[in-house]
Write a protein that binds this ligand. Structure first.
Ligand code: FMN
Length: 202
């Protein structure tokens, strides 16, 4: 018989902050979010799992007026005031050259670096699944630090990539506004699917 290893279970406050009470934010107060706090987001998010530990997501923080002026024209028009009000905006992108880190992040199989270098389709398979997966972890890390997140998929990815990633190695997948809400949520929470809608058993 094997014995189980006990794991910690988060309490009600953490569940509320991460899931049950957390709301998407569209309008932010002008309370600053400092660079140390933005750094802490990745210090948390980086520990969540990815396939073969390949970690293809990259983060660009846009928080200066100059940076905002470069970013906003590439957002869908209704999304521009949301990012304009956020003290920081994260552009989450996948790195098509993630394999170059393999000797450091997967030292038990360093030969995979050459394997992925020769297989762009397999690199795409890794980035297309694991990049958005890490973006989800990123949103939860924002919330874990007592900040509000406003994820947005409404933007011109090719335009952002050309503006911020001209080398062509990175492809933007999600824009996340970060800060403190300017007020209570503007509308009621939308319903979520129930257990019986979603879960089956075998
Ligand atoms: C991947 C993704 C893309 C989204 N894109 C947009 C967007 O372009 N514009 C917008 O206003 N909200 C966008 N949202 C916000 C969602 O509509 C919102 O998170 C969802 O309705 C849940 O809201 P709640 O957290 O307040 O319950 C996006 C959210 C996600 C996760």
């Amino acid at each position: 018989m094997t014995t189980s290893v006990p794991l910690p279970r988060v309490g009600d406050e953490a569940r509320a902050a991460l899931f049950t009470d957390a709301r998407t934010t569209y309008s932010f107060a002008d309370t600053a979010v400092d660079d140390a706090t933005l750094t802490d987001i990745w210090e948390l998010a980086r520990w969540a799992p990815t396939a073969a530990n390949l970690q293809p997501l990259r983060v660009l923080y846009v928080r200066t007026p100059e940076g905002k002026a470069r970013l906003l024209p590439h957002l869908d028009e209704p999304n521009r005031p949301k990012s304009a009000s956020a003290p920081a905006v994260a552009v989450l992108a996948v790195d098509n050259r993630f394999h170059e880190h393999i000797p450091r992040i997967l030292p038990i199989r360093p030969q995979l670096k050459e394997h992925f270098a020769d297989n762009p389709a397999q690199r795409d398979a890794i980035t297309s699944f694991n990049g958005p997966l890490q973006a989800g972890y990123f949103i939860l890390a924002v919330r874990a630090l007592g900040l509000a997140a406003g994820p947005m998929g409404g933007f011109d990815a090719a335009g952002i990539d050309k503006e911020f990633f001209p080398d062509g190695d990175r492809h933007s997948v999600l824009v996340v506004n970060i800060g403190h809400p300017a007020g209570p949520p503007e509308f009621d929470r939308l319903p979520r699917l129930a257990h019986e809608d979603v879960v089956t058993w075998a």
